[in-house]
Design a protein around this ligand. Structure first.
Ligand code: ADP
Ligand code: MG
Ligand code: MG
Length: 869
């Protein structure tokens, strides 16, 4: 096996093997840019080392060969006493993990070669000793595992008020002695003086740093697989710590914050490596390099342009200038904000570097979603009191309240409130709905609060552990003695996880205003979004519908680009004042009583549907007949029992109590609901179908689609369908009749079911719940975080479709359904319809549309476009 690649052998496509840094160093080398020579040890070698605990056979020989080649090229040997070659040993994984792993500079220095380095540099003793002390410091910390503060403190003591550049050669030489003492004291051994030994130990330390706790944590957060390993880059040192004619810097080829073109970077004279980002001295803006070293500056700008044109994207770079000579030390396609991503993509199109197709693939639905939340004005003065997890984006301001009841009460009085809890549970739903935002001190990104808030598009910061929430006392305390009592105003930023005291001003999202149709694309960002959305819409095959239950939601969905309603739930139409009628329905003992209750409900339902058909203006509307267990519409069992035991209990209360008892189920989600309800309560579905048909008759162009929930076998569907067809025929209204596929058995018998259904809509919430056997109302708060920690899944299957299991059922249903009925219309209406990965899945399996909440529609449109490109 080949474990080592010279920079001249690699290229940017070999990131798996050479890591991002190594692959891009090779790419720059091949472009003819000034990169110090060197070579890369592959991730293969790392994986072997981590698995076996030893370097793979042959690796050391291979490294020795490449080192010999490097030495002969440079005309000096590693650590050679009178004229040393020095190298850096740098980590570099496939995905950039900034600062998470280790790098050691100036390998090859020891008590002899430090004099050689001084001689080599024309008697610059100061530089030589500075390089040596840096080696011991970095090596001591990262390879020998010594507490870095011990070195820092020694340096600080020596410096006093001065800067590191004020230390002279003699002082640095003494510092080296101090450092060597620290190494001896901490490890019981001398600092290793053999250059090859230094290099070998550094390579293994870089490999080991793959499993440093912070690297593991970072990977988990960024969903980077744990088994990739890191490559190691060994390259000749160049020195920015030579004097004021030298220095080191970082730069972006354009502004990663806004995407604007220009010169963005920082430069530090007489410095090495990490100094720029570590903030040891104040850096200067890159523009000032033009004054200090115009030739290097011009060359740098030229190289940045070369890199942008070559990578056809924003790049970030690390460079060093050694006595007026520019060296490139790193480049990669740079991270950027959501706003910058859109602007840069369209700018690159205008520059002729990429096509519009590529521009669409350069941005993501998640980025678009970020741009749709209102933001805190970052220019405003603000007092940050804590930082938790950015669970659900947005900016919310309101009075702190500590119970859902208070939240509902104050919100009812027109107050903005933030619900603050240690953690939320399903009982807090009403409070969460009432609140502008939710803040918890416990729980992660899949905690109840986080999941529910994201589902509702509500701002949420969770797991702000610095906060002590004292629910009973109605207050919380924050570090520094800050106490926030009920009614005190706080601001929470769900995009960053920050919590502020008092009111931070917010600015609405220009992107939402644009989607709402209120604003012509005015600023650069909105123009970029507009262009990309138009192109995505032109490219996508999937249609996008909305989950919307009210005319208001339907109208907004339409403005956001919905091509229909994929899920109109009818159950909320039975709440509020209509509860009374539902109770009558349940209590009915005779056909007449039952029919009277249904007759009272029918006109109300009809009016609901008219509103929605009007709002959708000729676009299809899929209406799901009543789905949840009936007892959800009845009073609470406990409350009712208490009341029934008192004097004021009426005859009706007592009858209700016995009905509630009769309807009570241990597992309501697996109980009397959906189509089962329709088959058990005569006339219920018929009433709904009649209301739909009557409404459709009154709204010209209305296109109703009737959807039967929870079907498991074609016989269920058949009996409901028969009745519905009759009613439609009587009213002379055309409507498709179809079913949800949400019980695994329905997916597995889709061929039979399709005989009786004109469309399928995958209800992936229930389908996931029943396929995994996870109660979706409970698992998120009980054991999902543990599952995520254990890596059993990387993301909750309720958030993103589990392709292997649930996805497989969908594939079967699509194939067998279409085989039985070639024009079967296929969609999805679970929460997954607005999740980027799931949208790609829906495209891949050949669905006709996805349906999601109105706010997610632009995201789904964009992702559907990306999936098609
Ligand atoms: P990270 O991945 O944490 O950025 P790097 O491997 O890029 O770590 O190295 C840390 C710093 O050392 C960077 O500023 C880099 O430019 C600098 N550096 C690395 N190798 C050399 C070298 N051969 N000569 C000079 N500076 C170097
Ligand atoms: Mg770097
Ligand atoms: Mg369902």
């Amino acid at each position: 096996a080949k474990y080592v690649y010279d920079f001249t052998e690699g290229n940017r496509n070999l990131k798996d093997l050479l890591g991002g840094k190594g692959a891009n160093l090779a790419e720059m080398t091949n472009l003819g840019l000034p990169v110090p020579p060197g070579f890369t040890i592959t991730t293969d070698a790392c994986r072997h080392y981590l698995a076996e605990g030893s370097l793979p056979d042959g690796l050391e020989e291979e490294v020795a060969e490449h080192l010999a080649a490097l030495e002969s090229r440079m005309g000096r040997k590693l650590g050679q006493a009178d004229d040393p070659l020095l190298v850096s040993v740098r980590s570099g994984a496939k995905f950039s993990m900034p600062g998470m792993m280790e790098t050691v500079l100036n390998i090859g220095l020891n008590d002899e070669s430090v004099h050689g380095l001084a001689k080599q540099s024309g008697g610059n003793d100061r530089f030589a000793w500075d390089s040596y002390r840096r080696l011991i410091q970095m090596f001591g910390k990262t390879v020998l595992g010594i507490d870095g503060d011990l070195f820092e403190n020694a340096l600080d003591r020596l410096k006093g008020r001065r800067q590191d550049t004020d230390l002279d050669a003699g002082e640095l030489q003494r510092l080296v002695e101090t450092y060597k003492g620290i190494v001896r004291e901490q490890t019981g051994k001398d600092f290793p003086s053999d250059p090859r030994e230094q290099m070998r130990l550094a390579v293994m330390a870089v490999f080991d740093s793959w499993n440093a706790p912070r690297a593991i944590l970072y990977r988990r957060q960024e969903r980077i697989p744990a088994d990739l390993g890191t490559a190691v880059n060994i390259m000749a040192m160049v020195f920015g710590n030579y004097g004021d004619d030298s220095g080191t810097g970082v730069a972006f080829t354009r502004d990663p914050g806004s995407g604007r073109q220009g010169v963005y970077g920082d430069y530090l004279q007489n410095a090495q490596g990490e100094d720029v980002v570590a903030g040891i001295r104040n850096t200067m803006p890159l523009q000032e390099l033009e004054r200090i070293d115009p030739n290097s500056y011009r060359e740098l700008l030229g190289i940045m342009e070369t890199l942008e044109n070559h990578y056809r994207d924003l790049c970030d770079i690390e460079f060093t200038i050694e006595r007026g000579k520019l060296w490139m030390l790193q480049t990669r396609v740079g991270k950027r904000t959501a706003a910058a991503a859109f602007c840069i993509a369209t700018q690159l199109v205008d520059q002729g570097l990429i096509t519009m197709d590529e521009a669409v693939t350069r941005v993501t639905g998640d980025q678009l979603a970020q741009l749709m939340f209102p933001r805190f004005d970052s220019g405003a003065e603000r007092q940050r009191i804590a930082k938790g997890m950015n669970a659900s984006p947005g900016a919310a301001v309101g009075k702190a309240v500590f119970s859902s009841e208070r939240a509902v009460e104050l919100a009812g009085q027109g107050e903005d409130v933030i619900l603050v809890r240690r953690e939320t549970n399903p009982d807090d739903l009403s409070g969460m709905i009432a609140a502008k935002g939710v803040l918890t001190s416990r729980g992660g990104k899949t905690s109840h609060a986080a999941v529910v808030a994201r589902g509702m598009g509500k701002t949420c910061v969770c797991g702000a552990e610095e906060l002590e929430v004292q629910t009973a006392e109605r207050r919380f305390t924050a570090p520094g003695g800050v106490v926030v009592a009920e009614g005190d105003v706080i601001s929470i930023d769900g995009t960053t996880g920050e919590v502020f005291l008092g009111e931070v001003p917010v600015v609405p999202s220009a992107v939402v205003e644009y989607f709402e149709g209120d604003a012509e694309p005015a600023d650069d960002l909105v123009k970029a979004v507009d262009r990309i959305m138009r192109h995505a819409d032109g490219a996508r095959r999937l249609r996008v519908r909305a989950n919307a239950d009210t005319p208001e939601d339907a109208a907004r969905a339409r403005r956001f680009g919905a091509q229909g309603i994929g899920l109109c739930r009818t159950e909320h139409m039975f709440l509020g004042e209509r509860r009374q009628l539902v109770e009558d329905l349940v209590l009915a003992t005779t056909d007449e009583e039952r029919q009277a209750a249904l007759d009272a409900l029918e006109p109300l339902q009809k009016a609901d549907f008219i509103g929605i058909f009007r709002a959708m203006d000729g676009a299809p509307v899929t209406i799901r007949l009543i789905d949840p267990p009936l007892h959800e519409f009845l009073p609470d069992l406990v409350e009712l029992s208490v009341k029934a035991a008192t004097q004021e209990a009426t005859e009706k209360d007592r009858r209700l109590l016995s009905a509630v008892k009769r309807l009570h189920e241990q597992n309501p989600m697996l109980g009397l609901r959906g189509v089962r309800l329709g088959l058990v309560i005569p006339g219920l579905f018929a009433m709904q179908v009649r209301a739909i048909a009557q409404a459709a008759k009154e709204v010209p162009g209305a296109r109703p689609e009737i959807m039967i929930p929870l079907v498991a076998t074609v016989q269920e569907l058949e009996s409901v369908r028969e009745e519905a067809v009759k009613i439609l025929a009587e009213t002379g209204v055309d409507a498709l009749i179809g079913t949800m596929i949400e019980v695994p058995r329905a997916a597995l018998t889709a061929g039979q079911i399709a005989e009786s259904a004109e469309f399928f809509s995958f209800g992936t919430n229930d389908l996931t719940q029943m396929t995994w056997g996870f109660s979706r109302d409970d698992v998120e708060s009980s054991f999902f975080h543990r599952y995520l920690d254990l890596g059993i899944f990387g993301v909750s299957p309720f958030e993103s479709i589990d392709r292997d299991g649930v996805g497989r059922l969908i594939e079967i249903a699509v194939a067998e359904g279409r085989a039985a009925r070639p024009d079967l219309h296929l969609g999805i209406c679970g929460e997954h319809g607005g999740d980027p990965d799931s949208v790609h899945f829906c495209h891949d399996v050949g669905l006709d549309y996805v349906s999601c909440s109105p706010f997610r529609i632009p995201v789904a449109r964009l992702e559907a476009g990306r999936a098609a490109l």
